[in-house]
Design a protein around this ligand. Structure first.
Ligand code: BV8
Length: 243
C-alpha cells in the first residue's frame, strides 16, 4: 500500500537499548526493581543524599561507556529511516544514553536529558561528562564546588524540549512508540496528543503491549532488533513504490 511520506515522530524508551546491554526500568530485572526511584531520581533525593545519587548515575555512566555497549539494529534502522524517508523524522527519546546518535541518528531530542552531560546547579552551565561526578566536582564555568549534577530530568522536574515535541506532533502524519512501557508522563501522553491532533497513524513496536497499547492503531510485538528494522523496511518499500 503506497504511503504518503509525511513527517514522522518516533518516541523511544529503555526497551530500544535493552539488546545493547542496558537495563530497562520496569522489567522484572529492571533498574526500579533494584533501587527505589525516590532514593535516586528526584530533586529531593539529590538534596538529601547527593553522593548516593552521584553513585547511581556514575555506575550507569560507566556501564554506558563499556566498549561492549554498542548501538543495535533498531538504532541503525531508525537512523536509516531518518536518512531515506522523504519527510522530516524526529527521534524523541526518554533514554539518557547516546546510542541513537552512535547508531547514526542526527535529529535526536533527549527529553529526560543525557547521562554523558553534567549541569551546574549554580550557574546552569552544561558540559560533556564521561568521568564520575561527586560533591567535590568543580564547575568549569563558574568554579563553584558541590553544585554539579547529572544533566538529567528527575521525577517532578520539567522534561526538556516540550515545545519542540508538541510542534513536531502537530505536524506529524505518523507517531511510532518503541520500547517504552507508557507509564511515565508526559511522554506516555504523546500518543493521545497525536491522535487528538487528528489524522495521525499511531504505531507501537514493543516486546509486549504497553500500558497505552489500546491507543495505538497498530502494534507489532517482539524484540526491537527484529520488529523495528522490519517495520522501517516496510515503510521505505511503501514509499519507493510511489509513482
Ligand atoms: C513532569 C530519569 C510536570 C533519568 C526519568 C508526582 C509529582 C510530580 C510528578 C508526578 C507525580 N506523579 C506522577 C507524576 C508525573 C511523573 C510520572 O509520570 N511518574 C510516573 C512514575 C507515574 N512524571 C514526571 O515527574 C515528569 N515531569 O511531569 O513534570 C510537567 C509535565 C509536562 C509538562 C511540563 C511539566 C518527569 C519524568 C522524567 C523522570 N525521569 N528518568 C534516568 O534515570 O534514566 S523517567 C524513567 O522512566 C526513564 O527516563 C525512562 O525513560 C522512563 C520511562 O520508562 P521506559 O523507557 O518506558 O522504560 P520501562 O522499563 O518502563 O519500559 C521498557 C519497555 O520496553 C517495556 O514495555 C518492555 O516490555 C519493553 N522492552 C523490553 N525489552 C525490549 C522491549 N521492547 C523491545 N525490545 C526489547 N528487547
Amino acid at each position: 500500500m503506497p504511503i504518503t511520506p509525511s513527517p514522522i515522530v518516533i518516541l523511544t524508551g529503555a526497551g530500544v537499548s535493552k539488546e545493547s546491554g542496558l537495563d530497562t526500568f520496569r522489567d522484572k530485572d529492571g533498574i526500579w526493581a533494584q533501587v527505589d526511584l525516590e532514593d535516586v531520581a528526584t530533586p529531593e533525593a539529590f538534596r538529601r543524599d547527593p553522593e548516593r545519587v552521584h553513585a547511581f548515575y556514575n555506575h550507569r555512566r560507566r556501564g554506558l561507556l563499556d566498549p561492549a555497549v554498542e548501538p543495535n539494529a533498531a538504532h541503525r534502522a531508525l537512523a536509516r529511516l531518518e536518512r531515506e524517508w522523504p519527510a522530516p523524522v524526529m527521534t524523541v527519546t526518554q533514554n539518557i544514553d547516546d546510542l541513537h546518535e552512535r547508531g547514526g541518528s542526527k535529529r535526536v531530542l533527549h527529553m529526560h536529558g543525557e547521562l554523558l552531560k553534567a549541569r551546574c546547579g549554580a550557574c546552569g552551565d552544561t558540559s560533556p561528562q564521561r568521568d564520575d561526578l561527586s560533591v567535590s566536582t568543580r564547575c568549569t564555568a563558574c568554579g563553584q564546588v558541590g553544585a554539579m549534577r547529572p544533566d538529567i530530568v528527575w521525577f517532578g522536574e520539567i522534561p526538556m524540549g516540550m515545545d519542540e515535541i508538541e510542534a513536531a506532533l502537530a505536524a506529524a502524519g505518523m507517531f511510532i512508540a518503541i520500547g517504552t512501557s507508557g507509564t511515565v508522563y508526559p511522554a506516555a501522553g504523546f500518543v493521545g496528543l497525536a491522535r487528538q491532533i487528528g489524522g495521525v497513524r499511531t504505531v507501537e513496536l514493543n516486546l509486549e503491549p504497553s500500558d497505552g497499547a489500546a491507543l495505538f492503531h497498530e502494534s507489532r510485538h517482539g524484540p526491537a532488533t527484529e520488529v523495528v528494522p522490519a517495520f522501517m523496511e516496510e515503510l521505505l518499500d511503501g514509499v519507493e513504490s510511489l509513482p
